[in-house]
Every structure is written in C-alpha cells, then in structure tokens.
Design a protein around this ligand. Structure first.
Ligand code: ZN
Length: 251
C-alpha cells in the first residue's frame, strides 16, 4: 500500500506531525453531507472539508507520525453508528499536533457509502461479521493491519440502549491475544466504560474486525458508546473521543 504525503496546502492548515494518506478501497465512497444526522454536527473547517472530500472516493486511511510502534483506530464499520465517526473527526484534528511517539493510523469512515445512507450494512453485508470473508471491505482492512504490522487495533462503535450490549463498554477476548484485556482495562479505568471479556476470539460470533485481529495475534478491542442507531445522542461524541484518547494513552 502506497501512502502519499499530505501537504499543509491541501488542508489549508499548519500542523506539526507528519501526515500521509492512502485508500483501502475505492468502491466504498459516499457523500456524507447527504446524512444530515451527522453532517449537521460537523463544523465545516478546512480539515473536516478535506476528510469529507476524500470520503467521496472511498475508504481513506490516514497515518500520523512515523514511528516504530503502530496502532490503528477505526470507526464506521456500521455506517449508522454516527457518534464514533464524528469523534474520529475530532481525533483527526487532535492528532495533527499532539506529541506522538507511536504512529497512528486512522480510518474515520470505513464505508462512507453506508454513512451517507445511514445504514448498518455495506453491499448488504454486516461488515463486523464478514472480516474473515475474502474480498469484503473489512477483510481488506484486516489485510492492511497485517501488511502494516500494526501493534494494536481499536474499533469504535455505538450501541442503542435496547440493543446488545446497550451500555458503554469495551469488548475484547482473552485468547489468543491476552494484551487485549490490558488495553480494555486501561480504557475502562480511565473512562468508566465497562469491560466485556470473552474467552476466545471469534466466539460467540465470528467476523468482527476485533476478533479477527486478535486471532492474528494482534491485540484488539471494540469500544461502544450509547447512542440511538442513525442519530447522535448528546454527549456521545465526547464519550467516544474520550475512549479514543484513552486507547492512545495506553501506548
Ligand atoms: Zn457497531
């Protein structure tokens, strides 16, 4: 995967950290401005315009800093879970100048097309059940995680009160990647989110980005904040952003 350097002139903003970008897929693009439930909460500064423009062309991945250790933050695996995707825009701005000692790869919108349409599925697939299926969008992300030799992955979602899990939480599995638990407990202690720990990755269900990464021996967690599907509950963006910053502070 070839990354291209992003110039300050492209986002019309000065920033301290190095920034590069690439695309995981060119078939997932979407016009996020069509989804008013998220778009109306986004300040149209030059940074957000840059990100939204790139989302038209597919699944963009951004790399902040250039260090030996590498972590990845993703959101929008479910297009209708808006708070965490909105929080990724806050994280993007934060990472432009935050003093880093780890490279951070950020995918703010896994499937911009699903975000545009405010739907859970992409090409009729639940992307968080299809990471093991060759050629699926999340399988492409898993391959990127392996190719880039990412050290840890955090996938940010939202959960509705009456759904599963329905509470602010951090999911992970003990086996095979035990460090996933330490990361989850770190975030739980800093944010007050609950940990939900399964024994083995891939059970009780298969195909989540987190589980499939864990099965590859890469520490991984799934973070959930409470917000109704398809809309943004007050305060939920900030909760998701807090989880993201806490994930990064583990390293
Ligand atoms: Zn989800």
């Amino acid at each position: 995967m070839k990354f291209n350097k992003v110039l300050t002139s492209e986002i019309d903003e000065n920033f301290n950290n190095s920034l590069e970008m690439s695309y995981i897929s060119r078939e997932s693009g979407g016009y996020i401005a069509k989804n008013h439930n998220i778009f109306d909460t986004i300040p149209l500064n030059s940074i957000n315009k840059f990100i939204l423009r790139n989302a038209l062309f597919g699944t963009a991945i951004y790399k902040f800093g250039d260090f030996k250790d590498k972590v990845m933050v993703i959101s929008g695996v479910h297009g209708n879970e808006l708070s965490s995707q909105r929080a990724s825009l806050l994280l993007f701005e934060y990472l432009l100048n935050f003093p880093l000692d780890t490279s951070v790869y950020l995918i703010p919108f896994v499937a911009p097309n699903s975000t545009m349409n405010n739907t859970r599925r992409f090409n009729s697939k639940d992307l968080n059940r299809s990471t093991y299926i060759k050629g699926s969008l999340t399988n492409c992300i898993l391959n990127t995680i392996k190719d880039l030799k990412i050290d840890a992955v955090a996938d940010f979602h939202t959960t509705a009160l009456n759904s599963n899990p329905g509470i602010e939480s951090i999911f992970c599995s003990k086996e095979p990647s035990l460090e996933s638990i330490k990361i989850a407990e770190h975030i739980a202690s800093e944010t007050g989110s609950k940990t939900i720990i399964n024994d083995k990755a891939g059970f009780p269900f298969k195909g989540a980005v987190e589980d499939e990464s864990n099965l590859e021996g890469i520490p991984a967690i799934t973070c959930e904040v409470v917000s109704p599907f398809g809309s943004i509950k007050k305060g939920s963006i900030e909760r998701s952003f807090l989880q993201m910053k806490s994930f990064l502070s583990y390293f």
